[in-house]
Design a protein around this ligand. Structure first.
Ligand code: GDP
Length: 191
């Protein structure tokens, strides 16, 4: 069943002037390319294919806004981690995410991390990104790829590494591990 039956793609923003009005509540989603961010958004919203928009050519360096209900939005940040991303491109989207962080409506950040890779130096940069009053929740996704023991070990490692800076949980878009827990956080933060 779709959790947000009215969810819809709003806009791809290439400049802060194209962001939706700074009203209501917004949650940002970030992660290394291929970590499973689009799949996580689709699973959380309950709408297969919703976040596919971000994969269209030319949109990969833009901020994609989705409306869940009027006044509740998700923002899909560009995937990072490709060393080949040209400096010119990076210099375009860094001011974008800086502007996003300053929005009154931004409640926090969901950071998507492949459980097999764990929290990396690239992810650490985003831990410092959130402003005071904004919260951070880490989804260790693709948990279905590990056995239960290995997954719990990865959870303990990430919890120690994050040291209270973020809440963290196991997640899988494939088998639904941690889905209810993550939806609970999303609803609470947007609510
Ligand atoms: P993004 O680049 O971070 O948006 O990643 P995608 O959501 O497009 O996923 C990248 C790849 O990982 C795709 O082949 C997905 O099918 C796969 N994937 C994503 N989430 C999961 C998961 O929870 N479990 C497994 N086994 N595969 C996943």
């Amino acid at each position: 069943m779709s959790r947000f039956p009215q969810a819809r793609f709003l806009v791809s923003a290439a400049a802060p002037g194209q962001f939706p009005p700074d009203l209501g509540a917004e949650l940002a989603f970030a992660g290394r390319s291929n970590a499973g961010k689009s799949s996580a958004i689709n699973a959380l919203v309950g709408r297969h294919g919703l976040a596919r928009t971000s994969k269209l050519p030319g949109r990969t360096r833009l901020l994609n806004f989705f409306e869940l209900t009027p006044g509740q939005r998700l923002v899909d940040l560009p995937g990072y981690g490709y060393a080949s991303a040209p400096e010119a491109e990076r210099s375009k989207w860094l001011p974008l995410i800086d502007a996003l962080k300053r929005r009154e409506c931004l409640r926090g950040l969901f950071l998507i991390v492949d459980v097999r890779r764990g929290v990396t130096a690239g992810d650490e940069g985003l831990l410092d990104w959130v402003a005071p009053g904004q919260r951070l929740h880490v989804l260790l996704t693709k948990a279905d790829k590990l056995g239960r023991g290995e997954a719990l070990k990865a959870l303990r490692t990430a919890t120690a590494q994050l040291a209270g800076r973020a809440s963290v949980q196991l997640f899988s878009s494939i088998d639904g591990t941690g889905l209810a827990e993550a939806q609970g956080v999303l609803r609470e933060w947007l609510g």
